[in-house]
Design a binder for this molecule. Structure first.
Ligand code: MF3
Ligand code: CO
Length: 315
């Protein structure tokens, strides 16, 4: 069955309509019809109770996922194959990133490693992005564009954000790299940014809300004196590079989209050492920088919501 796609902003504008849509949709499947999830089972013994539970939660005013955000076992297997490449690329970079090299060299390695394993770097030509990977140094918050002119030097902190397409399935994760010896302040920022992910992950479970995760990340960062970028967040990912939901880390417990088994999204908070404000490079229209010039750190994992918690798909 085809389900209408509602993005999160539309949902907020027209909750009534979205609710009606789900009811109409569920009403269309007979109890003995095959389930929408392609399990081959009858709806009544597969997802009927699940849909009824979701409808109640939506009735209570929450944002809930459409069926098309719930991945089938086959799709999950495909996304995991894609993630194997993404993980291998980042592992490779851990062995090869060093002071004195340019971020352009990192881009070349990502392109070469990804394609040699049969994948396509998802960033390449994505909405005009010119390179295969994002490399963001120091006060660059995200979407740094690899360049011959950016030479890594001792003391830099670097985020490399890699994304892969394999057989139409998308994976996405990023890691921080400390170049040589970095200052204790930067080292702590990088460590706390990673711990933010661990705090968020504790809240990833079915029938919880993305806001539970978002608040956990936010509170942990602020408890360490840091701020969490507001304008750029995580996203659903798997069949497309960027799917619903949009994932905020400035959200509060009990708000944002309901998490259900089969959803795949990223946790990728950008943690600023100083003020929260950012701006976008006017020349390339991509790279975000901290307004105050202080460093920013980001790790990203791609997670699957399972029956009893979560599974990390890419890191
Ligand atoms: N990997 C980034 C993310 O987490 C994607 C950036 S878009 C690109 O969403 F075009 F710059 F790659
Ligand atoms: Co992402």
């Amino acid at each position: 069955m085809e389900i209408l796609f509602w993005n999160i902003r539309e949902r907020r504008k027209k909750p009534g309509e979205a609710l009606e849509n789900l009811i109409v949709m569920s009403a269309k499947i007979g109890r003995n019809d095959p389930c929408w999830c392609h399990s081959g089972k009858k709806y009544k013994i597969c997802h009927q109770a699940f849909d009824e539970k979701i409808t109640k939660i939506r009735d209570a005013g929450h944002i809930v996922p459409d069926h098309d955000l719930i991945k089938t076992p086959e799709q999950i297997a495909g996304i995991k194959e894609s993630a194997k490449i993404n993980i291998a690329v980042l592992d490779y970079l851990e062995e090869h990133i060093h002071a004195g090299m340019s971020t352009e060299e990192i881009d070349r390695m990502v392109y070469e490693r990804t394609t040699s394993m049969g994948g396509i770097p998802a960033p390449l030509h994505y909405q005009g992005f010119p390179k295969s990977v994002c490399t963001s140094v120091n006060d660059q918050v995200c979407h740094g564009i690899p360049s011959e002119d950016v030479i890594l030097k001792e003391g830099d902190i670097l985020n490399v954000d890699a994304s892969t397409i394999l057989n139409g399935y998308f994976s996405d994760s990023s890691r921080m790299f400390c170049i040589g010896k970095v200052s204790p302040a930067k080292e702590k920022l990088v460590k706390v940014a990673k711990e933010c992910i661990a705090e968020g992950l504790k809240e990833v479970k079915p029938w919880g809300f993305l806001g539970d995760m978002g608040q956990a990340v936010h509170d942990y960062a602020y408890a360490h004196g840091y701020t969490v970028v507001r304008e750029i967040g995580g996203h659903g990912v798997g069949l497309e590079f960027h799917e619903d939901p949009w994932v905020s880390y400035n959200s509060t417990r009990g708000t944002e989209m309901l998490m259900v088994p089969g959803m795949v999204f990223t946790i990728e908070p950008m943690i600023n050492m100083g003020k929260v404000e950012i701006y976008i490079d006017e020349e390339n229209n991509w790279t975000a920088y901290t307004e105050d010039g202080k460093p920013s750190a980001q790790w990203e994992v791609q997670v699957l919501v399972t029956e009893d918690g979560y599974e990390i798909i890419s890191y």
